[in-house]
Design a protein around this ligand. Structure first.
Ligand code: NAD
Length: 300
């Protein structure tokens, strides 16, 4: 297939690499020239706009930072919906507000264009390995059409429900992942204060009820998990600002539904503060670096 790929950043680059490896061709677009150049080096043909991608591709994939970027790429000038021929299929794989997916899907439908939301979990290592988990909202028939391309990027593709439902699953997952990273960071700061070896504590927790993905794969303490972002000065990985956005999506959804949420809001505020202290573009496990004890003279 001729696959269009819009948003060739941290995740987009390994994802489009796997699409090319499976034998499809990729026509790519990104507003940042370095990102587009990276896609060209990986084997994609560079385009000059989102519209050019949508005109030339049989299926168009978007992998953009947030709701406003997705809305602009689809409905803005020189956007996807302006140019895609009727009947075409678009798949947005960004993590965004479910209501935005539904709005873009409605605008697409008005022009005879089909739309799926298909956010992913697994971060960069699993994007590179082609083993992402992909959660899909939309018409199951459209999913079957997109499946060969999605399976080039992911090993688990699950239909969750109508448009927006993939995003709901994703923000629920990231609520847990974001809160867990904060909890692991707090726990290891306490252990450190008592002089407990973090390697030994990791061994204990990995066989106990506190075990979690955040510790096993994303360990916030440097030098314990060699593949974790903490072991390369918190280079992302998954940026603090993006996790902050995802926790915000969960908090907003909860507010609209009148569901009380406590730990998601607390984790979001903490990551926001870490961001305002310069850690926004570091991996979200850098929250551990932020949670330093206060001075020995501070009253307790
Ligand atoms: P990123 O910022 O590295 O990449 C996004 C790219 O989109 C950038 O290169 C940016 O220039 C481009 N862009 C922005 N607006 C555009 C537009 N209108 N047209 C074309 N290109 C545009 O972000 P990322 O880490 O690749 O994340 C992308 C999405 O995937 C986010 O929604 C994120 O929450 C989600 N996600 C990321 C990870 C991860 O580990 N990084 C994991 C799962 C999900």
């Amino acid at each position: 297939m001729r696959v269009g790929f819009i948003g060739t950043g941290t995740m987009g680059q390994p994802m489009l690499t796997n699409i090319i490896k499976t034998g499809h061709t990729v026509l790519a677009w990104d507003v940042v020239p370095q990102a587009l150049e990276a896609a060209r080096r990986l084997g994609a043909a560079p385009a000059g706009s989102a519209a050019e991608v949508a005109r030339g591709a049989e299926i168009t994939i978007t992998m953009l930072p947030s709701s406003s970027h997705v809305e602009a790429a689809y409905t803005g000038p020189a956007g996807v919906l302006e140019a895609a021929p009727a009947g075409r299929l678009c798949v947005d794989m960004s993590t965004i507000e479910p209501a935005t997916s539904q709005r873009v899907a409605a605008a697409a439908k008005a022009r005879g264009i089909r739309f799926l939301d298909a956010p992913v979990s697994g971060a960069v290592p699993r994007a590179v390995a082609g083993t992402l988990t992909i959660m899909v909202g939309g018409d199951p028939k459209d999913l079957e059409e997109a499946r060969p391309v999605l399976e080039a990027m992911g090993s688990t593709v699950i239909h969750v429900g109508p448009v927006g439902a993939g995003e709901v699953a994703k923000i629920c997952n990231n609520l847990i992942a974001g809160v867990a990273m904060v909890a692991v960071s707090e726990a290891f700061r306490i252990a450190e204060g008592f002089g407990v070896d973090p390697k030994v504590l990791t061994q204990v927790i990995s066989k106990s009820s506190g075990n979690t993905w955040a510790m096993e794969h994303g360990h916030p303490v440097p030098g314990i998990v060699p593949t974790a972002a903490s072991s390369r000065d918190y280079a992302p990985g998954f940026m603090t600002d993006l996790m902050c956005k995802d926790l915000g999506l969960a908090v907003n959804a909860a507010r609209q539904l009148r569901v009380p949420v406590f730990v998601a809001s607390a984790a979001q505020e903490l990551l926001r503060l870490a961001s305002s202290h310069g850690l926004g573009r570091k991996d979200f496990s850098a929250v551990y670096a932020f949670l330093k004890p206060s001075s020995g003279e501070a009253p307790v």
